[in-house]
Ligand binder design. Sequence first.
Ligand code: IMP
Ligand code: MG
Length: 183
Amino acid sequence: MSKAQPPGIDRILFTQEQIEARIKEVAAEISERYRGRSLKLIGVLKGSVFFLCALARHIEIPVKIDFLAISNFAPHKAGPGIVRIAKDLDEPIEGEDVLVVEDIVDTGFTLRYLLQTLAGRGPNSLGICTLLDRTSRRIVQVPVEFRCFEIGDHFVVGCGLDYKQLYRNLEYLAVLKPDQSMS
Ligand code: IMP
Ligand code: MG
């Protein structure tokens, strides 16, 4: 039995079935790309946790996981925030094939900062895999190798994505009612 739809939800964008099917496809692409090697998945807390778990289960090559958390302080809502690492990885990544797993790539500022920081630690390769990509709002270009869904300019919750820390546990991806969100 799925949970009742919370009151703030406007409409469902992708169902649990659609998301699981797409994650399976992307996991197959990843397994193929890194065949014969092992892969370290780095989850960006907290939004990517649900996606990372689902993805990792379907990847067929040996996988390690680690997590980091970033804090994004935006002095002006419209402009770029100041990104910094609030919780670092537990292990080094030198010489490893690394895939950063994100919930959504929006302006690109978070990932640009993360890629620059992680590249300095000498991984063998460094890629990005995201559940959602909103290219229409991109300000800085980042190379997204694997994406599940491209979305339009609406605020989305569920599958790890939150609004004020709520809705992360929805099995589907949904658009919030307009009065709830968006700058
Ligand atoms: P970026 O630095 O603008 O690419 O920011 C990406 C981060 O903003 C994501 O990792 C999310 O934490 C957050 N974010 C952006 N759009 C949404 C959304 O529609 N729902 C929930 N969180 C979002
Ligand atoms: Mg995030």
